[in-house]
Design a protein around this ligand. Sequence first.
Ligand code: S3P
Length: 436
Amino acid sequence: MFEVPKIKSAKGKVKLKGDKSISHRTLIFSALSEKGERTKIFNLSSAKDVLSTSECLKKLGVKIHISEEYAEVEGKGLYLSQPESIIYAGNSGTTARIFSTILSAQKFPSVLDGDESLRKRPMKRVVEPLRTLGAKIWGKENGNKLPLVFEGAEKLKGGKSFRLDVPSAQVKTALLIANFWSNNIVKVKEPTLSRDHTERILPIFSVNVRCDSDGFIWCEGKPKSPKSIKIPGDISSASFLISLGIINKNSEVEIEDVLLNKTRTGFIEALKNMGAEIICEVEKEESGEPTGRIIAKTSKLKAKTFSGEIIPKMIDEIPILSCVAVFSEGIFSVKDAEELRVKETDRIKAIVENLKAIGIEVEEYKDGFAFEGLGEKAREKLKHEYYIKSFGDHRIAMSFFILGSSINGKVFIDDVSSISISYPEFFKDFEFLMEK
Ligand code: S3P
């Protein structure tokens, strides 16, 4: 049981480690670059998930050296070495989905596995399209769950266009990179745009991304190292600090050199819509991504309903947005977010259960939930002792940590060790901003 420390106001300027999604992609494309080409990666994420990607690549014979200053990856080309043991993706969905393509196209058989949470998450969304490209994959529930066995096809057939049922950057990336190993084009189209980091970073690795008149995208060419690349700060990690600045009195939090890609800033858009005082300034481009500063100040919030195209742009931030909404006036609701049920845990269930645990009446839907915020007086109104379950999910743990730190009641979280999955510096940054 972890007792959440209290904060009265949050003040200060913070720089964050590199964005997790971009870090995975940078490591992978550096590894698949031409044999012997070295890539220096500055500001790589220190998240455990990113370490999982790095360990998977190392098992497949890629040389990676991570130091304080930068990470260096030696390109091995598209064909990696046969591993001695299973490829273990840990808790990381992005690793599992992208490696499904990489392992399908190697010259050797392999096994991909993950932790208890990852073993429950759907893999059919990548396995089925990969099979139509000629990949031979076996696994539980006809290949829907890890562990998966890949025969290794060496070449993928290609010549297919895939229309995704749900926007997913992981599936989009897995299918786009199938083009590296296929003779014919593999195209993909999403119902609405998910995070577009792969489309932005591939040209930096000399791979062109094309789009046809029907909106299907594909890529052409094989990765070549850009030699050096710097990753902007993680906007999902930033969302927790921004929230502290908004829900606490006399607060002002500034985040420097942070990713400001519009496919990721739905959380900021939503908060502004609720009346939050946030300034975002794009200052430069880094790894093909708009990067800049965010300033967030104490704000009076009005609850709103969020649905449709904004949902994929804030999919990972819905837990923290819901915790912030407790401090808003009126009915807050989220719809069209069924994807939350297949994240690290069923995040709709986790949000609803934990809000109920602090005494809020919540209505749960298949694709979202609704509740009435407590308004500006939430800190004073929430004065009892509350017990939160993290469900082993880093974003649930951090969201309720932020909420718990900003109310008068005592809050206990069953386990906060999962936080290092995406944001190992969380406690340090929280303490730095904290005015006791
Ligand atoms: C990610 C994509 C998102 C997101 C995940 C990271 C990525 O998942 O939830 O945390 O790096 O591509 P989906 O693409 O499955 O929606």
